[in-house]
Write a protein that binds this ligand. Sequence first.
Ligand SMILES: [Mn+2]
Length: 399
Amino acid sequence: MAFLRRDTCIRAAATVTHTFLRGVATGAAPPSAAPNCDLHRWADGLRHGLPKFTGLATFFRQPFRDTLAGLDVALVGVPYDSGANHPGTRLGPREIRNKSSVIRRVNQATGVRPFDLCAVADVGDAWVSRPYAVSTVEPTDGLRACHDEIQAFYNQLCAAGVSPVTAGGVRQGESVSPLYHSLLVTTPAYLAPQDHSISLPILRALRKAVGQPLAMMHLDAHCDTAPPDEIGAATGSRYPNYTPFSCAVEEGLIDPKRVIQIGIRGPTSTGRMLSKDFGFRVVEMEEFYDARARSIGQLARSLMGDAPVYVTFDVDALDPAYALGTGSPEDGGLTTLEAQILLRSLRGARVVGTDFVCCSPVWDTTNNTPRVAANMMFEQLCLVAEARSKFGRPFKSST
Ligand SMILES: [Mn+2]
């Protein structure tokens, strides 16, 4: 099933023989008939371990695929931030692809080899092609149409039984709402949207596919559980980046008793009280610091139980010392090692999908944030791959 919209030329190139490059490697003269082009070098580099700085950047140097047959795990980018006021997260997936080139094939801490366990490929981007469209589901809410388009992409993955590992994400679509746009230029910067709203359409697709509410580990400085009705009245949309998980509760996508939010802190955090009202386990940084990563990881694992699990990671869960490139940096956050320990604590759980959001390369001149993002996404990939090898397909293929 060809479902993606472009780049078929790359797939075609990956199927050719690679006489030319092998000739170079052995010192022999390249056959004159073989084309000397980057696509050949890229495709062959995947097989022969050529330098990591060569070729086209895909997630973890995995092959690009525009079909889903035989695929276990899809690496997906969702590059969209609607273009105005603090743009940047739309650039995240592409830069994470670039930085992920240096990731090795084995998780040094757990020994998990995701590419040996599963068929993994980069399936391109679930980008929003019609950001100004009106949703047929909720015609008065402009952001809903963007989410519907993203969900349609994920519905296809789920229908084919493929688990999504995502780098995002949407930056709230303020351009679709004149009211919201006016708020942006008249309110303090901390109210400016970043992203994370993409988790909602992904959860909608996964909830439909698994047939039950999902458990969820949520790493973030912010709860993202503001009240949708109030936000909708104020901004014109119920679905900005600070309401996805209150909407997810409202729509029965997640099981509140099996949700843990870790890393919560900072004056911009909204929705803490609502999270607690829902029954989420909210672990603020002060508690985390005293309890330490392994015990909080054990708590998270016990909460997940046997339920299908979604792991969502906002880069601002990390301290800005490790990941400055994001829209709402908050001091006093997780170290990279603590985040790795938390993610690894979910080994053995039925992890059916993940996302990593809010990475904005333009706000980090060191370019370290997308490098960290690639490492965290690799940890997430290891969880999904290991769960698939243990439990099989998380949802039935309908294709
Ligand atoms: Mn956040």
